[in-house]
Design a binder for this molecule. Structure first.
Ligand SMILES: [Cu+2]
Length: 341
């Protein structure tokens, strides 16, 4: 009896304890849930806010045996903004200096910390200074890459004895394909016409590209682009680089390059005009969307310093060219080779 009573008291007590335990656990569970949600939220917002990546680039300016100059990628480290999760992607670039120089590919929200190294014997007065001046992205006056007589502060050049560091910020709204080039060598005009130029591509983080599909504009995710073709248009030749977007690998193709794609790949052309002539770019048999419009075009007039960026779906091999009569005679054209699946 006594035992029975005690037992029932005990079980009552245990039930009470158990109930309290569950209540406390519940509260803690709710608290834990709250903490987890908060952590998740801050992780997500950290990703969306600070978001971008830091690109630490060492670029070398070299003098070639033919007397021209070129930039070479010496080192390329990419990390998050704090410097953590660093990845060395130098091997994506040729290990020799190229004209045009290395293409820098970043996203909106990213920052670039570019160190320029002057690595040649300045044989001619005016060759002691070399710089990188970029278009399109944001930077403060010390990263303008110009001479003191323009920026009123200092010569922003690498010299044989000292490197120069430029900082760029790809703020929102800076997406696009932009040139970078020397501004300080040779009579203060820069040595762009001596080989010191390259391209910066700023992608939208979750952007799209427009292609012509059966004569209509269709937007596809930027992530579906398999190849980026950087194609410079000079007065009498093209020169270019092909980038495999999946691996980031850059293949320097030189003059009148042949580009390669697999059938149905989405490929993006970045046509950048240098020189002084007006050119008409054509990719024979293909139509594409004129940027900022719904219009399908099959050729495009491009003036000096202008650029034209468009995407197509690779269907069949074709020739790209400048349609000007003298350019045709000069053979200013190249192949777009499409392999069947
Ligand atoms: Cu410029």
């Amino acid at each position: 009896m006594k035992h029975k009573l005690e037992w029932s008291l005990l079980t009552d007590r245990m039930g009470e304890l158990l109930t309290r335990f569950v209540q406390v656990l519940g509260k803690q569970y709710r608290l834990a849930r709250h903490v987890i949600a908060l952590l998740l939220f801050s992780a997500v917002s950290a990703q969306a806010g600070a978001a971008g990546e830091l690109h630490k680039i060492e670029l070398v300016a070299e003098k070639l045996v033919n007397g021209y100059f070129a930039y070479r990628m010496k080192q390329y480290l990419v990390s998050d903004m704090s410097g953590a999760n660093e990845q060395n992607i130098t091997a994506r670039y040729p290990d020799f200096a190229t004209i045009p120089g290395p293409t820098i590919v970043i996203n909106e929200g990213d920052e670039v910390d570019l160190t320029l190294i002057h690595q040649f014997n300045p044989e001619v007065p005016g060759e002691e200074q070399v710089s990188v001046h970029v278009h399109g992205v944001h930077y403060d006056i010390l990263s303008d890459g110009t001479l003191k007589y323009l920026n009123m502060i200092k010569d922003e050049s690498a010299v044989p004895a000292m490197v120069y560091e430029y900082k760029w910020r790809a703020a929102e709204g800076t997406a696009g394909t932009w040139p970078y080039h020397d501004h300080n060598m040779i009579n203060h005009n820069g040595a762009e016409d001596k080989g010191l130029f390259g391209a910066l591509i700023v992608n939208k983080k979750s952007g799209s590209v427009d292609i012509s599909f059966q004569g209509q504009k269709r937007s596809v995710p930027l992530a579906s682009v398999q190849k980026d073709y950087i194609l410079y248009m000079f007065d009498d030749t093209f020169a270019g680089t092909e980038i495999d977007t999946a691996t980031g690998q850059q293949t320097y193709l030189g003059a009148n390059p042949s580009f390669n794609a697999n059938r149905n790949d989405i490929v993006r052309f970045h046509v950048i005009a240098l020189g002084t002539n007006l050119h008409t770019f054509k990719l024979a048999g293909y139509g594409w969307i004129d940027p900022g419009t719904n219009t399908v075009i099959g050729e495009k007039a491009i003036g000096p310093i202008e650029k034209h960026v468009f995407a197509v779906q690779a269907n069949y091999s074709a020739v790209y060219m400048d349609t000007a009569f003298s350019s045709v005679l000069l053979g200013m054209q190249g192949n777009f080779n499409v392999q069947p699946e």
